[in-house]
Design a protein around this ligand. Structure first.
Ligand SMILES: NC(=O)c1ccc[n+]([C@@H]2O[C@H](COP(=O)([O-])OP(=O)(O)OC[C@H]3O[C@@H](n4cnc5c(N)ncnc54)[C@H](OP(=O)(O)O)[C@@H]3O)[C@@H](O)[C@H]2O)c1
Length: 243
């Protein structure tokens, strides 16, 4: 099979690329940094003897990026789309404005909407295709940091809930994972509880669920309980523990 991984060169996206290539699948990797893309494509194609295509684009331009990715895979069989890339900023404290704010919304929300709009007609007409998206535990409840990021991820969940309904009774599979802490650049050096999960472990779980049907849930699953606790926690207590 062949999968597009948007944000496939680092963190969870890279772990998914490694996992899918090791299972013999072909890949189309998307990221901004062309050198990283070339290095990883060479590594994966040599190690696993599989075909890896590259698309360098910046999701701060969601429409242009989606069009470029669609063009790159026009002639290729395609079995699924992983939309993994995200953008978080340390100064996202409720005062972000202008281009910085627009970039956060574009990378975390609008680009996923553009990509799904671009690929869904193709998946519906071919009668198969997986669309996998990633939200965040940060979106469970409004908070004092990652303010715009959390709002974009909340919107993303709503979007995936809708796409799941739109594709019901079709061959298209829609999966959405609300992620807890993952051991990537985003969490590097931060003291977090529970400790961040190894992205390779998450990738193994996520790829094992391909073909199991549409679903939305937390990953690791214990974050589902944590989300309920966080949502109903008294405001004063939430403010104190909110990271
Ligand atoms: N890490 C966590 O603890 C955590 C927790 C909850 C949810 N999440 C969510 O889980 C997903 C994966 O997170 P992650 O920490 O593994 O990775 P990430 O840092 O969000 O994404 C890394 C990948 O995305 C690409 N990328 C980033 N910005 C891009 C842009 N503007 N255009 C195109 N590609 C771009 C990067 O390549 P380039 O640098 O070359 O662009 C890289 O391949 C994200 O959606 C994130 O929001 C993460």
């Amino acid at each position: 099979l062949r999968f597009v991984i948007v944000g496939g060169t680092a963190g969870l996206g890279r772990a998914l690329a490694e996992r899918l290539a090791s299972e013999g699948h072909e890949l189309v990797l998307v990221a901004t940094d062309e050198r990283d893309l070339r290095a990883l494509a060479a590594h994966l194609s040599i190690l696993y003897e599989t075909a890896v295509e590259l698309v360098a684009c910046d999701l701060v331009d969601p429409t242009g990026s989606a069009a470029k990715i669609v063009r790159a895979v026009d002639e290729l069989r395609l079995d699924g789309l992983f939309i993994v890339a995200g953008l978080a900023r340390d100064n996202d404290d409720g005062t972000l404005a202008g281009q910085q704010l627009a970039d956060i919304i574009a990378v975390n929300l609008t680009s996923a909407q553009e990509l799904v709009s671009a690929f869904l007609p193709r998946f519906l007409s071919q009668g198969y295709g997986a669309i996998v998206g990633f939200g965040s535990i940060a979106a469970v409840r409004g908070r004092g940091r990652n303010v715009a990021y959390a709002s974009a991820k909340r919107g993303l969940r709503s979007f995936f809930e809708s796409i799941l309904l739109v594709t019901r009774d079709t061959g298209v599979e829609v999966q959405f994972y609300e992620l807890g802490y993952v051991a990537t650049q985003q969490t590097f050096g931060r003291r977090l509880f529970p400790p961040p999960t190894d992205p390779a472990r998450l990738a193994e779980h996520i790829t094992s669920k391909l073909g199991s049907g549409s679903h939305i849930g937390y990953l690791p699953a214990y974050w589902g309980l944590a989300a309920i606790a966080l949502r109903f926690m008294p405001a004063g207590l939430f403010k104190r523990i909110s990271t």
